[in-house]
Write a protein that binds this ligand. Structure first.
Ligand SMILES: CC(=O)N[C@H](C=O)[C@@H](O)[C@H](O)[C@H](O)CO
Ligand SMILES: CC(=O)C(=O)O
Length: 327
């Protein structure tokens, strides 16, 4: 089923999950990019990937973001991926397309393409080289993109650990909303929950939280949904955690959350070896039955020796006893 693409409707019926009903409805995922061994796209892998996500009650996906290695892809590759996901998911997953690029011209092209192809929402990072030094610069940049797809909900992608853009998001959202009517929310991937709760009360914004290792904190401080790498291979853990919060059982929620933290530590360690956490994530995916291939350079895949060691460490952690996903 395809929702009418009006920002307010999407905001109400799709991602905005009232705090009492936090649950799988508010659960988003992001997408590891399927690549062949030689690092070329393998679009046919999107079919089983989509089935896997649907089987695991994922409601929406974030395409061409961090985990997708969107920044390592060409414009045409990014378009091909969007088209394929829209075709394969047939409205069963909401498709949020990240259109941030190294230049505004390409971001605009990706925005028009997403709108024309039938995406459900768009999102962008800030500029990455000539970074915005103040709110006005960021607002005017976002407006140039969002105004090209005025009927699509627009999200700002706040990821200061990667972008180095640390502006205050409460002020940004408040001011930006005056200029950008289709700004409906933010993908908040910062650990600054004080800023995030400010956003929650700055307007009717949909906040999806992106720091998987502290999603529990994010949800209790005002996020209505989750979007992050780890949902790819441990969706059930996070769904149980969300269920526990709904029931008010915080001790059980914390026990699920610590699994996320343990896995992140492993991911960071292997990520350091491989040139990025995303490379480690892609090495995890075969463990849940989905081999999405190697990362693209400058990251590298695990060697055979590393893979053995890593699999042992996952076993030692008790990963399979966690029932991480419906396999
Ligand atoms: C920088 C980065 O990749 N952030 C991801 C998304 O926002 C997260 O899902 C992290 O991978 C995760 O929280 C572990 O740090
Ligand atoms: C981490 C995340 O949500 C992304 O891939 O952009």
């Amino acid at each position: 089923m395809r929702l009418k693409k009006r920002p307010t409707e999407i905001d109400r019926t799709w991602l905005h999950v009232p705090s009492r009903t936090l649950g799988p409805r508010g659960h988003k995922d992001n997408i590891a990019r399927p690549l062949r061994k030689h690092s070329e796209l393998e679009l046919s892998m999107i079919d089983p990937y989509c089935t896997y996500l649907l089987n695991n009650d994922i409601k929406a996906i974030y395409v061409n973001g961090t985990t997708s290695e969107g920044k390592s892809l060409t414009l045409n590759e990014r378009k091909d991926i969007v088209e394929k996901w829209i075709a394969v998911s047939r409205g069963r997953l909401k498709i949020v397309v990240h259109v941030g690029a190294m230049n505004l011209k390409e971001s605009k092209e990706l925005t028009s393409h997403a709108a024309k192809t039938g995406a459900d929402a768009i999102a962008t990072l800030p500029t990455l080289f000539f970074k915005p030094q103040n709110l006005d610069a960021l607002i005017s940049y976002c407006k140039s993109i969002a105004s090209l797809a005025p009927d699509l909900p627009f999200y700002y992608y706040h990821l200061p650990v990667m972008t180095g853009v640390e502006l205050n998001m409460e002020d940004f959202m408040k001011e930006a909303k005056k200029e950008i009517p289709n700004l409906v929310g933010i993908k908040f991937s910062s650990k600054d929950l004080v800023d995030m709760i400010g956003v929650r009360y700055a307007g009717k914004f949909n906040i999806v939280y992106g720091c998987d290792e502290q999603l529990l904190g994010g949800l209790t401080m005002g996020a209505q949904g989750a979007v992050g790498s780890l949902h790819n291979f441990m969706p059930a853990v996070y769904q149980r955690m969300i269920g526990d919060i709904e029931k008010g059982d915080l001790e059980s929620a914390r026990k699920e959350q610590i699994k996320g933290q343990q896995l992140c530590r492993l991911m960071y360690r292997y990520g350091n070896l491989l040139g990025g956490n995303v490379a480690a994530l892609k090495s995890f995916m075969p463990l849940v039955g989905l081999d999405l291939g190697p990362p693209r350079e400058p990251m590298r895949p695990l060697t055979e020796t590393e893979r053995k060691q890593f699999t042992k460490e996952m076993n030692d952690l008790g990963f399979y006893d966690w029932k991480p996903a419906k396999l």
